[in-house]
Structure formats: C-alpha cells, structure tokens
Write a protein that binds this ligand. Structure first.
Ligand code: PLP
Length: 373
C-alpha cells in the first residue's frame, strides 16, 4: 500500500472491546496475570516493558518507515542513546561533522565513559567517510538533511560503505520524515526520528522512534536498553504521536511547498549571504536529495550578511515567526541556532534556522521581508 494509506491504517484496528475507531489510551501501569500459571493474560506485564498504546504506535512507526520492527521512546535522544548503547563494547562510530548537537554531545561526553570512540567527518565526502572506517567501526551514524546546515548525505552510498566495513548504517531522518525519505529502502539498517517534531506535528509531545530493517539481535538489545534504562514512551505521548502520524503526509506537502517559496525569496534577497535548503538547485546536495527524497522538507537555515548581531536583529523583528527552538509543528519558528546550542556550538554566528509551518506562504515571506529591511 502507498505511504499515505499505511500512515492512516497501521496500528489502527478498531478497539476489540468497544469498537472505538480512535485508538484507546491505556494508562494502566500494570497488567493482570493468569491464575493458573502466572503469565500475563494479554502479553503485557508492566508499563516500562510494553504498553498497549505504545504497541499501536510501534506498528505505525514500522509501517511508515518500511521497517521490520520499530520501538517507541520517550524522546529522540532516548532512542539515539539506546541505539548507541546497544553497540558492542569498544565500538567506533563514524559521526557527521554537522549533526544534531545532542548526538554530538553524546559522542564527545559519553562515548569515552562507555569505552566507545567516534570520528567526525563531512559525510557529503564519501571518500573521507570511507577513510574514517576502522576495524572496530560498528556503525556509520548519518543525518540527512543535517541540523542545522542542511547537508545531504548519499544514504545508499553510505550503506554500501558501512556494509563493506562490516558496520551498520543508522540514519537520523528527523528533518525529512518517512513521508519524504525512507532510509531502510535505501539500504540503512536502522532509522531514528525525534517524533517530537513532524510525526507529532503540533509542538505538544515529546518522543522518539527507532525503526529496523530486520528483527534481529540488535533490535532485542535496543529493546533491552529501553526497558532497563526506562526511556519508554508514555501511553498519552504514544497516542499523540500516533494521531500526528495520521496527517503526516498531508502536512508535509504544505511544509514543503511553503519552504520552496520562502527559500526562493531568501535566495534573491541582498541581505542574505547564503540559503541552506536542499530544494534549491544551487544546494550542493540537490541532485542527491532529488534521488532519495520525494520533496525537500520544511527545514532551512540562512546566513544574514554581517554577524551574530545582524542575525539576532532579524529574528527579533519577525512577527509571524515565533523565536523558539525545535521544529516540525504547524507554526513557523525561527532561531539563532548558535545561541540555542550554547558554548559548544560550531554553527556559524550569522545563521538563523527556520522551521516553516503551515501558514500562508505570502504571510511568511512578508514577515521575513520586513524583518530584513
Ligand atoms: C535531528 C534531530 N535528531 C534528534 C533530536 C533529539 O530529539 P528529542 O528532542 O526528541 O530528544 C533532535 C531534536 O531537536 C533533532 O533535531
């Protein structure tokens, strides 16, 4: 079935007891066991292991990512942590030089404590990525488009490099969403999403997803990490993400159309030094993005001529865009990314990142025009 149909009908069987069409939210933390042998009556035991609303969400997460299995988490970072902690002892991971700063911090602050190591490379440079592989490399961690520079990595080529080296390819697909890009279909072994973003879609729920090409020992290890460390998705948050998934493809179409219009406006503006949006033919990753994405997404960043102060002044003048971090909601957001990332940031000081929402594109362009005056 097509993506749109899978997104609406997976994990969506009417409730067996009541016939309710909308998924029930089961808040129970504990579940009854049989009198005769003490086993769980319906397969559920305790909320941190599994819970029924999360099970429905996991069915949907697997279906939309063309995956054999998926696990729902309390946050994108909980999913990332479980995926990385489940690699073998001594694992080396190749990580993009531009990636979500939380993942970067995980590699820098925590890998040494876990006996792991990382090499940071520009993954648009496939030869550099191949050179970074070592005998003990267990994963290439890719992010495409990347946060915040919107770099594009060739996921099919990275899968080949990873597999040639006996490693996995794990892709953070948060910016693209499964509506636009499905890394498992391109050869990736696992895909991560912060469901806090487009899958939730309304800036009101925190969650993460890990989806897998095969149901194997690695899935079992990640599930074990989730159960023991506790990063499980709550029933209510699972329900909100499930609800968001139902309208994902329709929302993404508007996010993408609005973003193309805003990017074209910014690219022609004299106060803009550079626009980072893979939908622009001038973007260095445009051709690869055309191959591996069905459209270019709702995220972009741009550099204001001048420096930090000029960029902050533009963000300060917006009236429709809200100055806030995060992304993927219905409302447009703008942020001075280096300020959000803090002292360890490597993001250019004149860069503003935007999450383009579902407002009318002319209102967004008018707002940026007056802010850039
Ligand atoms: C690309 C990307 N990956 C992972 C995360 C982490 O997700 P969460 O905030 O849900 O833990 C984020 C959050 O902004 C992100 O943008």
């Amino acid at each position: 079935m097509h993506f749109e149909t899978r997104a609406i009908h997976s994990g969506a069987e009417p409730d067996g007891e009541t016939g309710a069409v909308a998924a029930p939210i089961h808040l129970s933390t504990t579940f009854e066991r049989r009198a005769d042998d003490g086993t769980p009556r319906h397969g559920y035991s305790y909320i941190r292991d599994h819970n029924p609303t999360q099970t429905r969400l996991e069915e949907a997460l697997a279906a939309i990512d063309s995956a054999a299995a998926a696990l729902a988490f309390s946050s994108g970072m909980a999913a990332a942590t479980a995926l990385l902690q489940s690699l073998p002892a001594g694992a080396h991971v190749v990580v993009p030089d531009d990636c979500y700063y939380g993942v970067r911090n995980l590699a820098v602050d925590f890998f040494p404590r876990w006996g792991m190591s990382a090499t940071f490379v520009d993954m648009a440079d496939l030869e550099a990525t191949r050179r970074a592989m070592r005998a003990e490399t267990k994963a290439i961690w890719a992010e495409s488009p990347s946060n915040p520079l919107m770099k594009i990595a060739d996921l099919a080529a990275l899968a080949r490099i990873a597999h040639d080296g006996g490693a996995m390819l794990v892709v953070d697909g948060t910016f693209a969403t499964p509506a636009l890009q499905r890394p498992i279909e391109l050869g990736a072994d696992a895909v991560l999403h912060s469901t806090t973003k487009y899958l939730g879609g309304h800036s009101d729920v925190h969650g993460g997803s890990a989806a897998f090409a095969r149901r194997d020992d690695y899935v079992a290890a990640v599930e074990h990490a989730r159960k023991i460390t506790g990063g499980v998705a709550s029933p209510f948050n699972s329900w909100l993400v499930l609800r968001g998934i139902r309208s994902l493809s329709a929302r993404m179409r508007v996010h993408c159309d609005n973003s193309m219009a805003v990017a074209a406006f910014l690219a022609a503006h004299p106060r803009v030094e550079a626009v980072h949006y893979p939908g622009l033919p001038s973007h260095p990753g445009h051709e690869i993005a055309r191959r591996q994405m069905s459209a270019f997404g709702g995220m972009m960043s741009f550099r204001v001529r001048g420096g930090r102060d000029e960029a902050l002044a533009v963000a300060a003048k917006t009236k429709v865009f809200i100055r806030a971090t995060s992304l993927g909601g219905i409302e447009s957001l703008i942020e001075h990314r280096a300020s959000s990332e803090g002292p360890t940031s490597r993001t250019p000081a004149n860069l503003l990142r935007m999450s383009i929402g579902l407002e009318h594109p002319e209102d967004l362009i008018d707002d940026l025009r007056q802010a850039l005056e």
